[in-house]
Design a protein around this ligand. Structure first.
Ligand SMILES: [Zn+2]
Ligand SMILES: [Zn+2]
Length: 379
């Protein structure tokens, strides 16, 4: 009995530290009463030009603590027809079975693959991807719409090699794109695709109120491109009412997303401001002599690069400093005299509200009953 209890104890402690480690990975808090879901809506498998079996995408996503993925194999590119059946729904069927009871949401998708214009578009929430297999792109877009799909213009800076465009890294919005947009067929754009940030797409999303995406477009095993190179996989953070496929679709239609790209978050101020305040907290405000102490804490897996634009300088930090993921420390604020309350004001350099501007955030500091730590706080 004793041995059994000890075994159980060991198992539970190992398991709980394992699950804590898992949940801490890429932790981003919920905001505004929504669930913050970590999603990657663009990836490939052996069923087009990817290099992995669909179950691998599920395992990778679970390992990274993602909430939803879409497998979006190319329509018209099936490099392995000698080895696997040409069936555009099959990768989804395999993945969805693998993800059963895991909590991971798998969305049926496909990548409409045409020369530019229109270029490559992901269609999400499809019923039957097979019906989109045509060289007539207007037919494919109409069919996707008929199936209630959400359409995303992918990597708009990329133009097919034999198109008339020059590969200069600058995305071009053509008449075809205006036609597509007017028909409600450009619902989302990839501001980030893999390691590429598209400033034009970022601008168009803001100007034309298009949903922003950051996706991996991964073809290899994910570790080859990211973990092995110490990179962070790009993600789309979706603010959804529930952790369900239909709630994700509703959130995408309502444009409630933020893009996570390396050490930046890209999105609208209405989402970045509440994210900032749920990630960074100030507490335990106290005075030691005439220097204010403020406990600053980063409650996420995301580093915050702060630039001080407030009225006071700091005793233990320069104007610009990084509040690292999970970090907590006491900031010494030189208010000059003891104040009952004061404000800290920062520009958060890596939270981008537009192509030019970073988010500005203010933190109200009110003197509490906490005893000051004193000079040793900065040693
Ligand atoms: Zn593509
Ligand atoms: Zn792709």
């Amino acid at each position: 009995m004793k041995i059994l209890l000890i075994t159980l104890f060991i198992f539970l402690s190992v398991f709980s530290s394992y699950s804590q480690k898992q949940s801490k990975e890429k932790h981003i808090p919920d905001i505004l009463g929504y669930h913050t879901l970590k999603c990657d809506f663009h990836m490939h498998t052996i069923f087009s030009d990817g290099k992995v079996w669909p179950t691998v995408r599920v395992t990778e996503a679970l390992k990274e603590g993602l909430d939803a993925i879409a497998l979006t194999d190319h329509i018209g590119i099936s490099k392995r027809v000698k080895d696997v059946n040409k069936n555009l729904n099959r990768a989804y069927e395999i993945a969805v079975q693998e993800a059963e009871n895991s909590g991971l949401i798998v969305i049926k998708g496909a990548e409409l693959t045409y020369h530019s214009p229109p270029g490559h578009f992901n269609a999400l929430f499809l019923r039957d991807a097979q019906k989109l297999d045509t060289t007539d792109f207007w037919y494919a877009f109409e069919e996707a719409k008929k199936q209630g799909a959400f359409l995303i213009w992918n990597h708009s800076i990329w133009k097919a090699p034999d198109s008339t465009f020059i590969q200069n890294g600058i995305a071009e919005w053509t008449n075809t794109h205006t036609k597509l947009f007017n028909k409600g067929m450009i619902m989302g754009m990839e501001v980030v695709n893999g390691q590429k940030y598209c400033i034009e797409a970022h601008q168009w999303c803001l100007e034309k109120n298009i949903t922003m995406f950051g996706n991996s477009d991964i073809h290899q095993p994910i570790t080859f491109d990211y973990q092995d190179k110490n990179r962070t996989r790009p993600l789309t953070l979706v603010f959804a009412k529930e952790k369900t496929e239909s709630a994700i679709k509703e959130a995408l239609l309502q444009k409630r997303t933020v893009v996570w790209f390396n050490n930046s978050l890209i999105g609208k101020e209405e989402f970045l401001t509440p994210l900032l305040h749920s990630i960074v907290s100030v507490s335990d405000v106290a005075y030691y002599e005439d220097v204010a102490e403020v406990r600053l804490k980063n409650n996420s897996a995301f580093d915050m690069i702060l630039a001080n634009i407030g009225d006071y300088s700091f005793i233990n930090r320069t104007r610009i400093f990084t509040l690292k993921a999970g970090e907590e420390f006491i900031l010494g604020v030189k208010t000059g005299e003891q104040l009952n309350k004061f404000k800290l004001k920062f520009k958060i350099l890596n939270l981008l509200v537009s192509t030019e501007q970073s988010l500005i955030g203010e933190f109200e500091c009110k003197l509490g009953n906490k005893k000051a730590v004193g000079r040793k706080a900065y040693k």
